[in-house]
Design a binder for this molecule. Structure first.
Ligand code: SAM
Length: 271
């Protein structure tokens, strides 16, 4: 049996998943901030500047549509700033990017694009309340342990009527241990998508590339939707796009799993 890589952006590893810490403890030997200092260059090289087909063909076009018309945009967990730059290029008047990683922000500033950058954690934003028309948070919350604190802050800085746009590795299908199974033991052989433990909130550390170990917090979908509703952030749109054609063309297993979404986008409006 073989598992296949899953997950948008910094992909979850193959089906074997990683070591699990399902009891809410911080990972014993992984500093959640330092890990992004260490691997910022890896991220920038593999997932930005047109390097990644899912960003190029899917994530950035969706972000452009979901942020259309917003004049003041916050990109929470902005990395090297690709979503923030897009918002600025599409006409947002004020774009702020926030990230914990100094290495990501140094590259973001170098790449420019009319964005103001601030180093801060998602759960402690040094920004005014009720200011932004849109907050976008792209493939970040699965790396953040204080989900409630981060959503408190996202909700606080949004103006009433503003929108929060979340991009997540799809929480139902991209669980720890999920993957494409080619089961040759069965007669006849079967191919199917294995879903790992879904209901258990869990932290796994996954080797997503040689020497690159990243933390992934898994949470069921209801955890996100209810945490949003608790803060007056109501989901008005939920997108589960099929992986883009150029991604599916990269490997036979990807084509086989074409009906299994890797990405979930939630748009929530603040009432
Ligand atoms: C997978 S990258 C995504 C970067 C960017 N959003 C994009 O789509 O290109 C995740 C980013 O989240 C940032 N991050 C992780 N934990 C954070 C936290 N608690 N507060 C703010 N940023 C955080 C990391 O430094 C990293 O730049």
């Amino acid at each position: 049996m073989t598992g296949e890589a899953t997950g948008a952006g910094a992909a979850r590893g193959p089906g074997e998943g990683g070591a699990g810490w399902g009891d809410g403890r911080a990972h014993p030997d992984l500093d959640l901030v330092e890990v992004w200092e260490r691997h910022a260059a890896w991220w920038q090289q593999g997932f930005t500047g047109d390097a990644d087909v899912e960003y190029r063909d899917q994530i950035l076009p969706i972000a452009a549509r979901q942020l259309a018309g917003a004049a003041r945009v916050l990109d929470l967990g902005c990395g090297e700033g690709q979503v923030a730059r897009l918002a600025a290029a599409r006409g947002a008047r004020e774009v702020v990017g926030v990230d914990v990683s100094a290495a990501q922000l140094a590259e973001a500033r170098r790449r420019g694009g009319g964005v103001a950058y601030v180093r801060a954690a998602a759960n402690a934003l040094p920004l005014a309340s009720a200011h932004f028309d849109a907050v976008v948070c792209c493939l970040v919350l699965e790396h953040v342990d204080d989900l409630d604190g981060a959503l408190d802050e996202a909700g606080r800085v949004l103006r009433p009527g503003g929108r929060l746009v979340l991009f997540l590795n799809h929480p139902l299908f991209q669980t720890p241990g999920s993957g494409w199974i080619d089961d040759q033991v069965l007669d006849p052989p079967e191919q199917y998508w294995r879903v790992g433990p879904y209901l258990r909130e869990d932290l796994t550390v996954e080797e997503v590339d040689a020497g690159v170990r990243l933390p992934f917090f898994h949470r069921p979908l209801g955890r996100y939707v209810n945490a949003l509703a608790d803060r007056g952030l109501y989901v008005t749109r939920m997108l589960e796009p099929a992986p883009p054609p150029r991604f599916l063309a990269m490997a036979p297993e990807y084509r086989d799993a074409a009906a299994i979404p890797r990405l979930l986008v939630l748009r929530a409006e603040k009432r």
